[in-house]
Design a protein around this ligand. Structure first.
Ligand code: BGC
Length: 480
């Protein structure tokens, strides 16, 4: 018997190069998220600043990201996706260096805001670029690769922090001036070292082709086709991609007008905003930004143990992301989210309850608390981490997708900044245990939001979701 199913042509290495280089933006985003947890304690010591100023050091980057997201639409439309990613790479390099050389906390806060702009632009543009340039058959995995890169970036930052804080010695570099110039504990190197991968990304992006979809948008059809040819795609696949792009471009982006006139679109925007608020209020970034402090609360007093603890958190985060990647299209978004919320809720409540006990009397409780914290990370990485981004990419009608994604991504960063900027105050006002109980309670509550408003979007075309939404169906049902 002959097999009639055509075997898809093997992808050329250049496609992998494009996917990898585009996804490097995710790596940098992760590096900058992860790097601060190991550095903040040292920065606090070195500048003798209060917890409130440290909260600003942490969150200024995130406010920069909000700003970056808001200008990304315009940047990536005017300069092209590649141009916007290049600009973000330059800001990543400059921002990391200015952070590393900041003479005081004020300049550090300003430099982190500036660096945040790069993260905002990258977090909007890189997934867009990847989704536009990748052949349809590998689109899903290219975007997942970006998500995975974020978690790998976080873990690399945790590893680099651990090495720099415990084992690295830069005395040879600056001799006697070392202590006064670099400050205690190498935090300046921690922040500055990110300029290196940023420079590599800059070089890589120079070789990237522009997004064919954007070239079409600007009327440069021949150039767009030549990009596909450079990727060595078979001719019939190129024709298919071209037809698809031409069809989708017939729908003009008129998000603002749609927002004003169409209440169904506004409902989708509300859903996207709600989902991103929920993702951040799970409390994930409290751990990402302040893990060493949490290990300290649990009774791990040495910096070395605290930082190795962050590495375990980071590795758990990477590995559990594969659970989502494996099951999101098989089991569906909502069952995974329910499981995730159950795991996250129970784990956070356990952490809170244990932190409310007398850890000095029974140090074993601290170890249990860290166990629960890791279970929380598994719950997040297998569900809300990737899946909220997936759903947000699916629910907006095509002609308002840019605006919808801008709104939801900006919300992610705003709430991210609020969470990052209030944790130490919460610990101080409510106590260690109660702060975690608060986040645990929120996770349990989010199940209700999912029950009432969130559609299951597994295995349904984006066109059908759009038609359902615009016909006025309840949000929960637009995936049927
Ligand atoms: C979130 C980030 C978070 C990361 C952790 C992402 O999905 O948007 O805020 O730091 O997951 O892996």
């Amino acid at each position: 018997m002959t097999n009639t199913t055509p075997v898809p042509a093997k992808l050329s290495p250049i496609v992998y190069f494009i996917g990898f280089t585009g996804a490097l933006a995710g790596l940098l985003f992760g590096l900058d998220i992860g790097v601060i947890s190991g550095a903040e304690g040292l920065i606090q010591k070195s500048f003798s600043i209060t917890d409130q100023v440290i909260e600003l050091v942490v969150s200024s980057l995130l406010w920069g990201a909000v700003f970056g997201t808001l200008i990304s639409g315009i940047l990536s439309n005017r300069l092209g996706r590649r141009g916007a990613i290049l600009i973000s790479a330059v800001i990543f390099i400059l921002g990391s260096l200015v952070c590393a050389f900041s003479p005081d906390a004020h300049l550090l806060i300003a430099a982190r805001f500036f660096l945040g702009i790069a993260i905002g632009v990258a977090s909007f543009t890189a997934p867009l670029y990847l989704s536009e340039i990748s052949p349809q058959r590998v689109r899903g995995s290219m975007i997942s690769m970006y998500q995975l890169m974020i978690t790998i970036g976080i873990v690399l930052a945790f590893l680099s922090n651990t090495w720099l804080a415990n084992y690295a010695n830069f005395d040879w570099l600056l001799g006697d001036h070392y202590k006064s110039v670099l400050g205690a504990g190498n935090w300046r190197v921690m922040l500055g070292i990110v300029a290196l991968p940023a420079f590599l990304m800059f070089l890589g992006v120079l070789f990237l082709p522009e997004s064919p979809r954007w070239l079409f948008l600007k009327g440069k059809k021949a150039l767009a086709v030549s990009v596909f040819e450079r990727m060595h795609l078979p001719t019939d696949e190129i024709s298919k991609e071209v037809v698809e792009i031409e069809e989708s471009l017939r729908v003009r982006q008129n998000g603002f007008q749609m927002f004003r006139d169409n209440s169904n679109f506004r409902r989708a925007i509300g859903l996207g905003i709600g989902l991103q608020i929920i993702q951040q209020l799970t409390g994930i970034n409290v751990i990402m930004y302040y893990a060493p402090r949490i290990f300290k609360i649990a009774g791990f007093t040495s910096t070395e143990h605290q930082l190795w603890g962050t590495v375990i958190v980071g590795v758990t985060n990477v590995l559990a992301t594969f659970i989502a990647i494996a099951f999101v299209d098989r089991i569906g978004r909502k069952p995974i989210m329910y499981a995730g919320f159950a795991v996250m809720g129970v784990a956070m409540i356990a952490v809170g309850t244990l932190f409310n006990m007398d850890l000095e009397k029974s140090p074993a409780l601290g170890i249990w608390a860290i166990g629960a914290l890791l279970i929380f990370i598994v719950g997040f990485a297998m569900s809300a981490g990737p899946i909220i981004w997936v759903i947000c990419a699916e629910i907006f009608p095509l002609s308002g997708r840019d605006l919808g994604v801008t709104f939801s991504t900006a919300t992610n960063w705003i709430v991210n900044a609020i969470v990052g900027g209030t944790f130490l105050t919460l610990l101080d006002k409510f106590g260690n245990g109660n702060t975690f109980l608060l986040y645990g309670g929120l996770n349990a509550l989010f199940v209700i939001f999912f029950l009432c408003f969130v559609p299951e979007t597994k295995g349904i075309s984006l066109e059908k979701i759009e038609a359902n939404l615009l016909s006025g169906k309840r949000l929960k049902e637009i995936g049927r």
